[in-house]
Design a protein around this ligand. Structure first.
Ligand SMILES: *[C@@H]1O[C@H](CO)[C@@H](O)[C@H](O)[C@H]1NC(C)=O
Ligand SMILES: *[C@@H]1O[C@H](CO)[C@@H](O)[C@H](O)[C@H]1NC(C)=O
Ligand SMILES: *[C@@H]1O[C@H](CO)[C@@H](O)[C@H](O)[C@H]1NC(C)=O
Ligand SMILES: *[C@@H]1O[C@H](CO)[C@@H](O)[C@H](O)[C@H]1NC(C)=O
Ligand SMILES: *[C@@H]1O[C@H](CO)[C@@H](O)[C@H](O)[C@H]1NC(C)=O
Ligand SMILES: *[C@@H]1O[C@H](CO)[C@@H](O)[C@H](O)[C@H]1NC(C)=O
Ligand SMILES: *[C@@H]1O[C@H](CO)[C@@H](O)[C@H](O)[C@H]1NC(C)=O
Ligand SMILES: *[C@@H]1O[C@H](CO)[C@@H](O)[C@H](O)[C@H]1NC(C)=O
Length: 506
């Protein structure tokens, strides 16, 4: 009993200072802690399971046993009388990665009988020990957050699907696996038995961007069997996990309105054709695609499956100028296969969408009269020579042309195909001094290809004022007029413009 106290005292006092190696001044069991690691989270105690390498020698240095010769580190339970008494005592208070030498006198070793042909009677034994692992049946999965992201709207729950990077090490620091070497995340359901029990527990509550340290005792990992050649039996596992992605297989898209314009007379519906800019990012904020780098909007029909289902849904109910953020689970994006090198399998995608304009192929010219003189007896019609001023803008207000620049009064004979169809239509039925605000869909404007300064498929807004007109210009005069009034450069570009759909009469 007295010896026990001596050993206990020396080990605890020694371990509280990891600086020096305490000198062994011992009666019976002599312990030399010749290497103590700087960090020692816990020390072995009675009731703990331990895993260690050892070389056993006689006092003269001759080896009679070694875990290395046996192939595997030894797994043992302390304080239950299953070990040689001297060893059981000598292994207490030990840190993982500590190395110590334990000298066991015969009466705490194999005594006066010895052990078969291997250990002669009354042998003093010297054990060189390297501790690899300590755990206890009462251990829990221990998690420690290393970094927390700034905002965390959602954290891992059971039945969620996650993608994470990890480094997996044994308690002694040996790396047994890492997602980084494979250059791809580990993708799995949580709480559904796809993972070892301890990992299913340890991932709960994690946020995307969080780095967490998870320590899993062997009975919640691979237990007695271990796994493959990398994970030995009864190994505690340490995971450093970086959560990259998170969703639930039942998720729908989530929509967040970023900017909603004050006035919105019309919202997108299925069948509309939309032009929008977007930034596409992953949940961790990394951009995988953006329309801005191409200097042109992304253009598509809505609700016809031309884009991934999640975006198709997100494009509904939008106003011109609106900004919307949509978060799309993989089943409504690129699914389990991902897309090329750009989208990894099972990735959640976030799109910030900015609507530039939209129209419907059924749209006609939208004419709003903003000023009409009281007396308006005569109005313009086909074959009339009309003179007018106008400003042309995109729907976001970007000015494309103004006839006021250089006082450039416009003139055209209606129905001669000299201006875009939408403008020709909008100039009919006008009286002198009348003003109109006209919205022209691209199929009555510059079509899919656009024109210099006019983006393809752009909706145009014309602010028109009729200055004067001459009725029914005869064909002969028209020829002369055309020679004297060549169509201006801006309008000349329309003549061969592509039409998205055949023109419909107003
Ligand atoms: C035991 O001997 C081997 C070489 O035979 C050596 O690598 C090891 O460090 C020694 N000590 C322990 C505790 O394994
Ligand atoms: C995993 O190890 C690599 C290389 O040491 C390191 O760059 C990375 O940050 C580690 N990951 C985590 C989640 O700790
Ligand atoms: C997702 O959307 C579908 C169809 O719109 C609906 O039936 C389902 O209940 C939604 N699921 C959730 C979790 O909101
Ligand atoms: C255009 O109008 C017709 C008739 O109202 C309708 O059947 C068709 O779906 C519309 N097309 C689009 C693209 O909305
Ligand atoms: C986009 O426009 C910018 C500025 O006008 C220019 O520097 C860049 O080269 C353009 N990029 C492409 C892909 O056309
Ligand atoms: C996309 O990102 C750029 C650069 O960060 C930003 O200027 C632009 O407003 C973003 N667009 C949307 C639709 O959020
Ligand atoms: C319009 O018609 C009315 C009567 O029909 C006539 O009095 C008036 O002078 C006409 N105005 C113009 C500008 O022709
Ligand atoms: C066009 O813009 C100018 C100012 O740039 C403005 O004076 C004029 O009233 C606008 N409308 C028309 C039809 O020209």
């Amino acid at each position: 009993m007295f010896l026990c106290y001596v050993v206990f005292f020396l080990l605890t006092s020694g371990s509280s200072s990891v600086e020096g190696n305490p000198s062994p001044v011992l009666g019976d069991v002599v312990v030399d802690r010749y290497f103590i690691p700087k960090i020692c989270v816990r020390e072995s105690k009675s009731g703990d399971h331990i895993r260690y390498h050892y070389n056993a020698t006689f006092a003269d240095g001759k080896t009679f046993d070694s875990s290395h010769q046996r192939g595997d580190a030894k797994v043992a339970l302390l304080g239950e009388g299953r070990l040689l008494e001297g060893i059981d005592r000598g292994l207490r208070g030990m840190c993982v990665n500590e190395r110590r030498s334990i000298t066991v006198p015969p009466h705490l070793g194999y005594g006066s009988t010895g052990a078969g042909k291997v250990v002669p009677p009354d042998s003093t034994l010297v054990f060189d020990i390297h501790l690899l692992d300590v755990w206890n049946q009462a251990d829990l999965v221990v998690t420690k957050t290393v970094t927390t992201p700034k905002d965390c709207k959602r954290s891992v729950m059971r039945t969620d699907f996650v993608r994470y990077h990890f480094n997996g090490t044994l308690l002694d620091g040996t790396v047994f696996d890492s997602s980084y070497t494979r250059k791809q995340t580990h993708n799995t359901l949580v709480g559904e038995g796809w993972l070892v029990k301890g990992m299913d527990e340890g991932l709960l509550g994690m946020c995307v961007g969080e780095i967490r340290n998870i320590v899993i005792p062997p009975f919640k990992a691979y237990g007695e069997k271990g796994s493959g050649s990398e994970i030995p039996p009864q190994a505690t596992l340490v995971f450093d996990v970086l959560l990259v992605d998170l969703h639930n297989p039942k998720d729908n898209i989530t929509v967040e309105e970023l900017v909603v314009p004050d006035t919105c007379t019309r919202r997108t519906v299925a069948g509309d054709y939309i032009r929008y800019h977007y930034n596409g990012t992953f949940l961790n904020g990394v951009t995988f695609d953006t329309s801005y780098q191409r200097n042109s909007t992304y253009n598509t029909y809505i609700g016809m499956g031309y884009v991934i289902p999640g975006v198709d849904q997100a494009l509904l109910g939008l106003c011109t100028g609106q900004k919307r953020r949509v978060t799309i689970p993989p089943r409504l994006a690129y699914g389990e296969n991902g897309a090329g090198d750009v989208i990894p399998p099972s990735a959640v995608l976030v799109f910030d969408i900015h609507v530039i304009d939209f129209h419907n192929p059924n749209d006609t010219v939208d004419i709003r009269t903003t000023y009409r003189p009281e007396s308006c007896n005569e109005t313009t019609k086909e074959n009339d020579l009309v003179r007018y001023h106008y400003n042309c803008t995109l729907v976001d207000g970007t000015l494309l042309f103004s006839s006021h620049d250089d006082d450039n009064l416009q003139s055209v004979v209606l129905g001669t195909d000299k201006v875009i169809d939408g403008l020709d239509l909008a100039l009919r039925g006008m009286c002198v001094e009348e003003k109109r605000l006209v919205t022209v869909p691209p199929h009555l404007g510059h079509g899919e290809n656009g024109a210099t300064g006019v983006p393809g498929s752009a909706v145009l807004v014309f602010d028109i004022e009729l200055v004067s007109f001459e009725k029914g210009v005869p064909p002969g005069y028209l020829f002369v007029w055309l020679q004297e009034n060549p169509p201006n450069l801006f309008e000349a570009l329309d003549i061969n413009s592509n039409k998205e759909v055949p023109q419909e009469e107003v």
